[in-house]
Design a protein. Structure first.
Ligand code: HEC
Ligand code: HEC
Length: 278
């Protein structure tokens, strides 16, 4: 009787393990597919934006003759608000109606992709960044000592606001080189003030809210922390574990295969025992 109970409970745990393994596999495949789909949507959105909207709204949504789109939308459902505007346009302004139902050129799907792309510019919720834009965002960056900002959040802000001028890796383009050793004892103060106030007489804008820019103090601190991860003082910077997402890829297979192996071992073991009992 005792043996039966033990056998029963061990078998029960194996079955449970197997089920959990399979569930993990199924969920992770689903979330992986979802992520792929989101990325595809963003890519389509980016392409459509470059072709149709950048001319008025700026390459990065920073605004030109069209309004600034890289901003936080004061709405609970910014997706609906932005979609509605794109579909219908804004009568009496240069902003045309884009939806096919309103005589425009874009399908519903294309507009959804645009909305998705535009909303990645929100400072609170940039959910995705192109791999090629900031590969660093895959890592968990720790801030250099004494720096309060969050470099991981800074990386996202950088990708959507600064990379266009300063290069994806701070290598400098129309903007100055940022991936360098700063010749200052408190480089964070210097960098912070440049970001906040811009550089007079150059295209470097003032980003601080106090100067009419889009970024909060926290945003700027995060950017400073991120920029400093590039400085040569690499001891202070650890690129740690890749950010942990839902389980995907090989860990799942290890779990599933592990569960199978255990199950087979168990079956062999118990059938042997049974034979020896007989
Ligand atoms: C010919 C210039 C032009 C083009 C092209 C254009 N827009 Fe606009 N857009 C404007 C102008 C101008 C405004 C601001 C209108 C106003 O409120 O005065 C605007 C406003 C908007 C707004 C609302 C902004 C807000 O703060 O509410 C959104 C969203 C928008 N455009 C998205 C797009 C998208 C997406 C595309 C490409 C499919 C696009 N626009 C193409 C000129 C343009
Ligand atoms: C439109 C282009 C442009 C954008 C966008 C831009 N910058 Fe700049 N930035 C510049 C230019 C140009 C300079 C060099 C100005 C000078 O010294 O003449 C500069 C200088 C700087 C400097 C000072 C570099 C030094 O060696 O002193 C910092 C720091 C900086 N930018 C950070 C940022 C951050 C952070 C962002 C995003 C929030 C940003 N920039 C976005 C063009 C840009």
């Amino acid at each position: 009787m005792l043996r039966f109970v033990i056998k029963h409970s061990i078998g029960y745990y194996f079955a449970l393990g197997l089920i959990v393994g399979f569930l993990t596999l199924v969920t992770s495949i689903r979330s992986f597919a979802q992520e792929e789909e989101n990325l595809e949507q963003i890519e389509l959105g980016a392409q459509l934006f470059a072709e149709n909207c950048a001319v008025c709204h700026g390459e990065d949504g920073q605004g030109r003759i069209g309004a600034r789109l890289a901003k936080d939308w004061p709405s609970i459902r910014p997706d609906l608000q932005v979609k509605d505007t794109i579909m219908r346009g804004i009568p009496g302004t240069l902003m045309p109606a884009w939806a096919q139902v309103n005589g425009g050129p874009l399908s519903d799907e294309e507009i959804d992709a645009l909305v998705y792309y535009i909303l990645t510019w929100q400072s609170g919720g940039p959910t995705y960044i192109f791999q090629s834009q900031t590969p660093t965002s895959q890592f968990k960056l720790t801030p250099p000592p004494g720096i309060t900002g969050d470099p991981n959040r800074g990386a996202l802000l950088y990708g959507s606001n600064c990379a266009v001028c300063h290069g994806v890796e701070g290598e400098g383009r129309v903007g100055a080189l940022l991936a360098k050793d700063w010749p200052s004892i408190r480089p964070e103060l210097r960098i912070r003030s440049v970001i906040e106030s811009g550089v007079e007489g150059s295209v470097m804008p003032a980003w601080g809210k106090v100067n009419g820019g889009p970024l909060t103090n926290q945003d700027i601190d995060d950017l400073v922390a991120f920029i400093l991860t590039w400085s040569g003082d690499a001891i202070s910077i650890e690129t740690g574990e890749p950010a942990v997402g839902p389980l995907t890829g090989w860990p799942v297979w290890v779990i599933v295969i592990g569960a199978f192996v255990l199950m087979i071992v168990a079956i062999v073991y118990y059938s042997r025992q049974r034979t020896s009992e007989d």
